[in-house]
Design a protein around this ligand. Structure first.
Ligand code: FAD
Length: 482
């Protein structure tokens, strides 16, 4: 008799895990309270990138004359049509998962799951009925939800979560985004391009200030924000908000508690106004109230599940993956899917471990940011003897031809062995370009191997080879783009 696996949650963690388990011959039941695809497909990766595609098309349209094109009419977004397109794309992809589930005979039970014991999950179905699902192995993939900090009155009208921003059918005139992290910055560029006056309030001293993001990338992105008239308030937090009536909000900004020293200039309050306030200050766990405490599962103080690199929890036969592990791991869709495959294969007798050093990140701002491996600060901390080499995107023929010249590539490599430790890219299609770097890191490649890999000309991928040549002290276009 084959092993029976129960998976709680059908995001990119849960549904990929389910397919992999079925491929390996397990009998699989997935419990999902909302729609297949989870946050990523319904409220994250796909809806944002679909709306972003509209913003990019609009940007290209605005630059028609630069490309020698004449157009006589106006081009402007119709948000109802934009949202309809987004919904259609999401529906198509949800259906695609459903069909794959059917193909692999994966059982889907729609409802809220709560763990009774490692081998038994109770599901409260949408029709009010209850069913108990039993299995040999349990994989927890409940994901995360928008963080609703107490200081804000989330009324769906003036003050919104990222979920709610993805259903706006009008572009706000003035949009204030609280939190200049990945999600906030992505929304900032999208709504700026669609015509809103965007302001971003960020408590740290840089945008997208994750430890894995190269500080140069933040700096270049901030420069691009300025060029596009996205107003940025760094080292600031919202002290209070006032409802001005008529859908308007006043926000009073003060110094960030993260500031090491607060001077008189920092203390000065700044007052701004908004039609919509979008709060993107991180994600919260969905791990409470689903029986995990009863199970004796180890959670951290924020409620995120603790799992080792085999994706095992402290309870035998119970695995956990994806966003449910919190920011100590990597809260990205492809990380959840990778963890899912490892959890499933281990649940079926394998011995795989997750290599977090090789998880790439992608940030879909304009230009995009991507990275894999360590930053210079992390190399420093580890005591590595490293060098850091860069190449400006504007030096590439392809960048010039397509009119996307902002950005740079950076390779951090070992001085002696030339082994690549990290690659950080900001520029057009950075999230696609990082795939080569990810493979290079996974295979333990050197800058010599990267440089001697032939890249198609003219492509943006040549930036990788150019940077590798720089790391070998034989740059071919050292002055290009300066
Ligand atoms: P989720 O996708 O959150 O799925 C969990 C599922 O479990 C949900 O469907 C939920 O309904 C269900 N569930 C939870 N509890 C229960 C229960 N008790 N019973 C039944 N079902 C339950 N990542 C990227 O890699 N690239 C991007 O471009 C990107 N863009 C993003 C943009 C936004 C605005 C946001 C918010 C996130 C974005 N992310 C992106 C992050 C990405 O969405 C998450 O990392 C990913 O969805 C995590 O996958 P998961 O399977 O762990 O959880």
């Amino acid at each position: 008799m084959s092993i029976k696996i129960t998976i709680l949650g059908a995001g990119p963690g849960g549904y990929i895990g389910a397919i992999r388990a079925a491929q390996l011959g397990a009998r699989v039941t997935v419990i999902e309270d909302d729609r297949l695809g989870g946050t990523c497909l319904n409220w994250g990766c796909i809806p944002t990138k679909t709306i972003r595609a509209t913003a990019e098309a609009l940007e290209t349209a605005r630059r028609f004359s630069e490309f020698g094109l004449v157009h006589d009419g106006t081009v402007k977004p119709d948000m109802k049509a934009v949202m309809a397109r987004k919904n259609k794309i999401v529906d198509t992809l949800v259906l695609g998962i459903q069909k794959t589930f059917d193909h692999y005979n994966i059982e889907l039970i729609e409802g809220m799951g709560s763990v009774l014991e490692p081998g038994r999950v109770r599901v409260e179905k949408k029709d009010g009925k209850t069913v108990d699902v039993t299995g040999d192995k349990l994989i927890l993939a409940p994901g995360s939800k928008t963080r609703k900090v107490k200081d804000f009155d989330f009324d769906r009208q003036r003050i919104l979560t990222s979920d709610q921003a993805l259903t706006l059918d009008e572009i706000p005139e003035e949009l204030v985004i609280i939190g200049g992290g990945v999600v906030g910055s992505e929304f900032g560029f999208i709504f700026n391009e669609l015509g809103a006056r965007v302001m971003i309030v960020e408590a740290m001293d840089r945008v997208v200030g994750l430890p894995s993001v190269d500080p140069d990338s933040s700096k270049i992105l901030q420069r691009e924000m300025k060029k596009r008239k996205i107003k940025l308030f760094l080292n600031k937090v919202v002290m209070r908000t006032e409802n001005l009536g008529g859908g308007k909000t006043r926000l009073i900004l003060g110094p960030s508690p993260f500031l090491k020293k607060i001077g008189p200039k920092d203390k000065k309050e700044i007052v701004i106004k908004a039609d919509k306030v979008l709060v993107t200050v991180g994600r919260d766990s969905k791990n409470r109230g689903i029986g995990l405490k009863r199970l004796g599962l180890e959670l951290d103080s924020e409620g995120w599940i603790r799992a080792n690199e085999k994706m095992e929890t402290n309870i035998p036969d119970v695995y956990a993956i994806g966003d449910a592990l919190g920011p100590e791991k990597v809260m990205l869709a492809h990380a959840a899917s990778a963890e899912a495959m490892i959890a499933v294969e281990n649940a079926l007798g394998g011995h795989r471990v997750m290599n977090y050093d090789c998880v790439p990140i992608g940030i879909f701002t304009s230009p995009e940011i991507a990275g894999v491996g360590i930053t210079e600060a992390q190399a420093e901390k580890r005591g590595y003897e490293y060098r850091s080499d860069t190449f400006l995107m504007r030096g590439l023929g392809k960048s010039q031809a397509i009119g996307r010249i902002a950005g740079q590539t950076k390779i951090i490599s070992d001085v002696k062995t030339r082994k690549i430790y990290g690659v950080h890219i900001i520029g057009s299609h950075a999230s696609d370009l990082i795939a080569e770097a990810t493979l290079a890191l996974k295979l333990g490649a050197t800058t010599e191997e990267l440089a001697s890999t032939i890249h198609v000309h003219p492509t943006l991928s040549e930036a990788m080879a150019e940077t590798a040549y720089a790391a070998l002290d034989i740059p071919f276009h050292p002055k290009a783009g300066l």
